[in-house]
Design a protein around this ligand. Structure first.
Ligand code: FES
Length: 133
């Protein structure tokens, strides 16, 4: 039986890609399953400008711009729930973050974790996923 070069490479690509596609599919299914288990935090439609603390997230609205960060301090993980002089302040050791999540004053050295804002297909409502502490 004679196999052409084209058929050989086509078969080789198929053989090599099957395990890769299986692993990719498993990873996507795992991610969807994890997302299903997470609680959604819906952003209020009538949110005014300012800094708001909802459960495990910090929502910052400046005009049309909305940013959402985890309220878990990047230093040792305390829940941030304070604003002083327009800055986000951790109550545990006093780290201060700007409205862009960057560290203004330590001991924290890493910025706050920025979260993706999602749009629910059915309702059009904006949400982020609850962040574990
Ligand atoms: Fe926030 Fe230490 S845990 S400053």
């Amino acid at each position: 039986m004679k196999i052409t070069r084209r058929k050989f490479f086509s078969s080789l690509i198929t053989i090599v890609s099957v395990p890769f596609l299986y692993a990719l599919n498993s990873e996507v299914e795992r991610k969807i399953e994890i997302d299903k288990r997470k609680e959604k935090i819906y952003l209020p439609a009538d949110l005014g400008n300012g800094i708001f603390f909802f459960n495990s997230v910090i929502i910052i609205k400046e005009g049309e711009k909305i940013s959402v960060y985890s309220s878990k301090c990047s230093h040792l993980g305390c829940k941030i729930n304070k604003v002083e002089n327009g800055k986000i302040v951790c109550p545990c050791h006093g780290s201060v973050y700007g409205l862009n999540g960057e560290v203004v004053k330590g001991p924290a050295v890493k910025p706050l974790k920025k979260l993706s804002i999602n749009k629910e297909i059915e309702s059009g409502r904006l949400f982020v996923y609850e962040q574990p502490f």
